[in-house]
Design a protein around this ligand. Structure first.
Ligand code: GDP
Ligand code: ADP
Length: 211
């Protein structure tokens, strides 16, 4: 068990939509014991094949706002108009209590906020596409979005590319096997590194005597 108010490790993958972070995170979850996914809550509808509680907690706007009011989120963002996404405190503590490092698939602002809240024990990796054109092509080829949703994602993805140098690492996802091998290397090193920290803005935490 972790000491009260202490926290475990956080491995954050962030990128513009379509860069490949979901593909990379899924691969890592299959490849490593001791990693657990931070299942976010969202108000967007499930895509075919997505499972409630595994890919996301799919909530109505009312349910989501109720949980905001209850203080259940570490962070949340309206990523697309009317589409809320957020990280639940309960999700992190549930996974840390089991001794797992938590892995995130999250957009750039959420990643920045998580990293600021948990500066110790966290590593943020920006997944970069080989080019803007390839990024947009991947989004179109994935065929998960209707025309409007695709347009919104492409516009936002263009902006998010500008966050590239604000994180701890950049992982270029050009050839997929090469990117997966690099992601494995980063993860192996991270899991072997020093572990527990304390959240920066947690008023309840007092360091143990002699710490
Ligand atoms: N801030 C924040 N963003 C999230 C969270 N969960 C997912 N996202 C991001 O929201 C964006 C939209 O996710 P999604 O609808 O699954 O679309 P996709 O990126 O096109 O696969 C992605 O950049 C996700 O990484 C969260 O808990 N908080
Ligand atoms: N290196 C790659 N080469 C070609 N296609 C890729 C590569 N990585 C991911 N893809 C494909 O690009 C699309 C977007 O990837 P995804 O993992 O959904 O991105 P994100 O989660 O960042 O939005 C998916 O259809 C995925 O299969």
């Amino acid at each position: 068990m972790l000491p009260e108010q202490a926290h475990g490790k956080l491995l954050i993958f962030t990128a513009p939509s379509g860069a490949g972070k979901t593909t990379i995170v899924r691969h890592l979850l299959q490849s490593f014991d001791g990693l657990a996914f931070s299942v976010s809550a969202t108000t967007r509808p499930a895509r075919p094949g997505e499972v409630h509680g595994r890919d996301y907690y799919f909530l109505s706007k009312e349910e989501f706002m109720g949980r905001v009011a209850a203080g259940d989120f570490v962070e949340y963002e309206e990523v697309y108009p009317g589409r809320l996404y957020g990280t639940l405190h309960s999700e992190l503590h549930r996974n840390w209590a089991r001794g797992n490092a938590v892995v995130f698939d999250i957009e750039v602002k959420g990643a920045t906020n998580i990293k600021a809240h948990y500066p110790e024990g966290s590593l943020a990796v920006f997944v970069a596409p080989p080019s803007r054109e390839i990024l947009f092509q991947r989004l179109r080829d994935r065929s998960t979005e209707d025309a409007d949703s695709l347009r919104v994602r492409i516009a936002r993805a263009g902006e998010e590319l500008g966050y590239r140098d604000r994180f701890d690492r950049v992982l270029v996802n050009d050839d997929l096997p090469t990117a997966l091998a690099e992601a494995e290397r980063i993860t192996r090193e991270f899991l072997a590194s020093q572990s527990v920290g304390h959240p920066r803005s947690d008023p309840g935490y007092h360091p143990p005597a002699g710490a």
